[in-house]
Design a protein around this ligand. Structure first.
Ligand SMILES: [Fe+2]
Length: 252
């Protein structure tokens, strides 16, 4: 299998997405798969959707994408507010151009899962594609959940959703991604591979995260980007959104 780049959880952060696409190009990778949550939280959902549409050969629906198309369910106050704001920016009206309509259509037709080269892809989890969190701590706190999840996986399952890059094997070995250019040997076991978040990392590292996959290894990259620029754009939306910018600086 030729090396693929996998991105997820962009969340309307154009500066992070542009930096990641530059790095993917720099690494000489042509094919990109996106695991969803293109929009929500960030100030540039339109530009991010256009870039994903143009650059990714597979794109899945994330829970924030679904919420913008439908309505937010189980979201916190700020996430809910940004869903409505994003809906306002993206939804089709009498004034929409053909490009606007095509973008909305693209978003609304995203699949919940895909399989490429024997690798399953979902935004969150194979048994609840938009909603279930598979957290690193589940390995010790909720190990029972993995038997059903792994029964749905042939070999690898690529996920996003938690914004925590990690690999979990079917023997419940957990690999947390803590260093730059971290490489994980894929071995013989089944694996759930969380590729981390491009636009809102939550593992304490504020650099954008993505992964590349080939037959033998998954390699994680962290990419610095101008998060202050994204923060500035968020601050212009109003005081109530400041926290969304602040957390980009913290990577939390
Ligand atoms: Fe997300």
């Amino acid at each position: 299998m030729a090396t693929k780049a996998i991105i997820s959880d962009i969340h309307g952060n154009l500066e992070a997405l542009e930096a990641v696409l530059r790095e993917i190009r720099h690494q000489g990778i042509d094919e990109i798969w996106c695991l969803g949550d293109i929009v929500g939280y960030g100030p540039d959902p339109v530009a991010c959707a256009d870039l994903v549409k143009k650059n990714c050969s597979v794109t899945l629906m994330g829970n924030h994408d679904w919420a913008v198309l439908n309505s937010p369910v189980g979201f916190n106050t700020l996430a809910t507010a940004m869903v409505y704001k994003t809906k306002e920016w993206m939804r089709v009206t009498d004034k929409s151009t053909e490009e606007d309509k095509a973008r909305w259509n693209f978003l609304s037709q995203l699949p919940l899962s895909a399989e490429m080269d024997g690798t399953l892809m979902v935004h969150a989890s194979p048994r609840a594609e938009l909603s279930e969190y598979i957290l690193p701590s589940d390995v010790s706190h909720d190990p029972e959940k993995f038997s059903e999840i792994f029964s749905m996986i042939d070999r690898f399952c690529l996920v996003g959703h938690t914004h925590w890059p990690c690999c979990i094997s079917d023997e419940l070995e957990l690999t947390l991604i803590r260093s730059d250019d971290c490489t994980v040997d894929l071995g013989e076991q089944k694996k759930i591979i969380n590729v981390g978040s491009v636009g809102q990392p939550r593992d304490g590292d504020n650099r954008a995260c993505f992964a590349t996959l080939n037959d033998e290894v998954i390699q994680y990259s962290r990419v610095p980007y101008d998060y202050r620029r994204t923060m500035e754009k968020i601050s212009k939306l109003g005081d109530e959104y400041q926290m969304l910018g602040y957390r980009l600086g913290l990577g939390r």
